[in-house]
Design a protein around this ligand. Structure first.
Ligand SMILES: C[S@@+](CC[C@H](N)C(=O)[O-])C[C@H]1O[C@@H](n2cnc3c(N)ncnc32)[C@H](O)[C@@H]1O
Length: 356
């Protein structure tokens, strides 16, 4: 790469970074829906009618529409006052199942919000890491992935684990790091004969999960505030199936929690874990995923690594833990027949499957 190539790359990064932040704001303010509701490609809407539709101030709305139009996300008419989304792009910007890029943009404000704190964490004498409570709106942002997971969880992911029939017949099920309880409640609604237990370390996660359980009127789910590093003594050999959805690399001591998971899994039971794909080598990640890897190293810098480094004995895995380090943790904990599969419908994720 020449110096000019690098200059161009830096400029492109600056432009795209600014655009991504504005896309996140537009998405948050439901501006794309407002553009669609107030006009069309055939009859573009004025910025003031878009603002009125979204319940926003016209002047601010015009500026944000300006970013989106100059960034080629939406179109502007020659008078500079009317805007539209081309018909062929309506679905990308308004689908219930968020486009992956749009969803990644939504995390940028969450990360930017802790910019100064993270800078302190980096310093030699700075804090060890960060706590979940420092991230305003963390669970709400994570929720943005739920429509995609809702579409595939029961019809596609459960069959990949080979546990569909057992779940239908009724088993004991544990979800570790259940967050706001989306996966477990969704499964509980589909498999009423199975008993579901969800644990999470944060009180907010458990509160959110309890509200979801109540809203869905579920009788076969229980939630507990627990650190996965030390599960209940009387749970040894209790669960037929244990899952982790994107909650492993964030843990300070995933080595201890996976040993606990192995202990509380029944002999012959199934452990299924969804994690970010990665090779465990920055060099190989660059070769394999190219620039896409930035979309996961950055969340790691601003969130996952700091969360998973927040104790003196933490392993600090980071979001790009990768399958090499991930599988070592599992085999060290006693899982022998580990299999790792790509998940066609969750790009960038892999499924770890193991039996005790
Ligand atoms: C990225 S969120 C994923 C939540 C949920 N599984 C989902 O997919 O929506 C990670 C979750 O792991 C939880 N967590 C992190 N460390 C934990 C630990 N040691 N024990 C239990 N839960 C933990 C966090 O509180 C957080 O709710």
């Amino acid at each position: 790469m020449t110096a000019d190539d690098l200059r161009n790359k830096l400029m492109t990064a600056a432009i795209q970074g600014n655009l991504a932040l504005s896309i996140a704001l537009a998405n948050h303010l439901k501006l794309f829906q407002a553009i669609i509701a107030s006009g069309s490609e055939e009859s573009p809407a004025s910025y003031s009618s878009i603002a009125s539709q979204a319940g926003l101030k016209p002047r601010y709305t015009k500026e944000l529409l300006g970013v989106l139009a100059c960034g080629d996300i939406i179109e502007v008419t020659s008078d500079g006052e009317h805007f539209y989304i081309p018909n062929f792009n309506l679905e990308v910007l308004s689908s219930q199942i968020k486009d992956k890029g749009l969803s990644l943009c939504s995390f940028i404000p969450l990360h930017a919000g802790v910019f100064n704190e993270i800078a302190e964490v980096f310093k030699k004498d700075g804090p060890l890491g960060m706590d979940y409570s420092s991230y305003n709106g963390f669970y709400k942002t994570v929720e943005s992935a739920t429509p995609l997971h809702k579409k595939h969880l029961v019809p596609d992911l459960v069959p990949m684990t080979g546990m569909k029939e057992k779940l239908e017949n009724g088993i004991e099920f544990l979800d570790v790091g259940c967050g706001s309880g989306f996966h477990i409640c969704e499964l509980a609604a589909h498999f009423p004969k199975t008993n579901f237990t969800g644990i999470d370390i944060t009180p907010t996660a458990i509160e959110n999960s309890e509200s979801r359980k109540k809203e869905m009127d579920l009788q076969n789910v229980n939630f507990h505030e627990r650190n996965a590093q030390s599960l209940d003594e009387n749970w040894t050999d209790k669960f037929d199936m244990i899952t982790i959805f994107s909650s492993f690399h964030d843990q300070c001591r995933p080595d201890l929690s996976i040993k606990e998971i192995h202990r509380v899994l029944k002999p012959g039971g199934t452990f299924a874990m969804i994690e970010i794909d990665g090779t465990s080598s920055i060099f190989e990640d660059k070769k394999t995923f190219g620039n896409f890897a930035c979309a996961f190293y950055t969340p790691s810098v601003f969130h996952c690594l700091a969360i998973g480094s927040n104790s003196p004995d933490a392993l600090g895995m980071g979001a790009m833990m990768g399958t090499k380090r991930g599988s070592k943790l599992l085999t060290d904990a006693g899982f022998t027949d580990l299999e790792i599969q790509k998940i066609p419908f969750f790009t960038f994720n892999v499924l770890y499957l193991a039996k005790k």
